[in-house]
Design a binder for this molecule. Structure first.
Ligand SMILES: O=C(O)CCC(=O)C(=O)O
Length: 291
């Protein structure tokens, strides 16, 4: 890390939403301190046990050369892992996030589980924007990332302060090997900068239940886990009312057959979770195939 490091602006989740939203707007990331208690974290842990035990068809386990520990991750597991669904739809998360988007609607995009086991120091995450991987146009896309373990500063996420503001979209980076092209990279986009010079970086140590919220255009990175304890998080990614499908090539997690170019993504795979029109018949539709 070469830039100057400052803490991520931290808020009590019950604090004035306008203040949190304004800070998210300026800085690109906020920390909702202690947003989830042990009861909700245990729901996620049950989901992890189910996912690793076979409920999720899609858990990748990668061990980098020289690492004793593995890096496991899974996306879109909510469709088959009931405790993940319970956390996403029944916990206070949607109501914490929705006001930050200033949006008439809130739609679930996907969930992401990420476990860096002890001594997985090679499992670093290069600088990237989440949006580079998405077949979406629009600005109201956020990641809400719930820490499941104590994460000290040395292994915590790093954010480039205000890097979302000009909405530059960078080319997707290949996480497995940043020197190789990502399979859905758009060559017309500028390369994601991997050196941030003196730009201010926001990073904080995290406790279980602390939740980071950042825009999909905010540049961020993370070190591997060279420590002798687990570093895990469960994140939920949401979209708001200015987001449409743009037809770009992307992973299956970000697509379904019903998507139409230039139209909002709301479908069984991407359920509408909140709407200012409370009677919107699309709310709850997603559950028909999953209960
Ligand atoms: O925690 C990490 O290692 C990376 C997480 C991340 O970059 C993401 O979820 O977009």
């Amino acid at each position: 890390m070469t830039g100057s490091v400052r803490p991520v602006p931290s808020f009590d989740p019950g604090e004035d939403t306008d203040r949190i939203r304004q800070t998210l707007q300026t800085d690109g990331v906020v920390l909702l301190s202690g947003a989830f208690d042990r009861t909700w974290l245990d729901v996620i842990e049950t989901g992890i046990a189910d996912a690793l035990g076979g409920s999720s068809a899609d858990v990748d386990v990668v061990k980098r050369d020289g690492d004793a520990g593995a890096f496991s991750f899974s996306s879109g597991a909510w469709r088959s892992v009931e405790p993940f669904r319970r956390f996403i739809f029944d916990s206070p998360l949607a109501d914490l996030v929705w006001p930050l988007l200033h949006s008439s609607s809130l739609t679930l995009f996907y969930d992401f589980l990420l476990i860096k086991e002890p001594l997985s120091g090679g499992a670093s995450t290069p600088w990237h924007q989440d949006h580079s991987y998405y077949p979406l146009d629009g600005t109201k896309v956020v990641n809400s990332w719930v820490a499941l373990d104590h994460i000290p500063l040395e292994t915590s996420l790093r954010f480039l302060h205000g890097s979302h503001r000009d909405q530059t979209l960078y080319r997707a980076v290949n996480f497995e090997n940043p020197d190789r092209e990502y399979r859905h990279a758009r060559p017309e986009l500028p390369e994601t900068p991997q050196a941030v010079g003196d730009a201010p970086i926001l990073s904080s140590p995290l406790r279980p239940g602390d939740t980071l919220v950042w825009w999909s255009h905010t540049l961020h990175s993370a070190p591997g886990n060279h420590l002798d304890r687990r570093r895990a998080a469960f994140s939920v990614n949401w979209v708001g009312d200015d987001v449409v499908y743009n037809g770009a090539a992307a992973l299956d997690t970000y697509l379904d057959d019903s998507l139409v170019v230039d139209q909002p993504i709301i479908s069984e795979s991407f359920p509408l979770v909140r709407s200012t029109s409370a009677a919107d018949p699309r709310i709850g539709q997603a559950f028909s195939g999953h209960e």
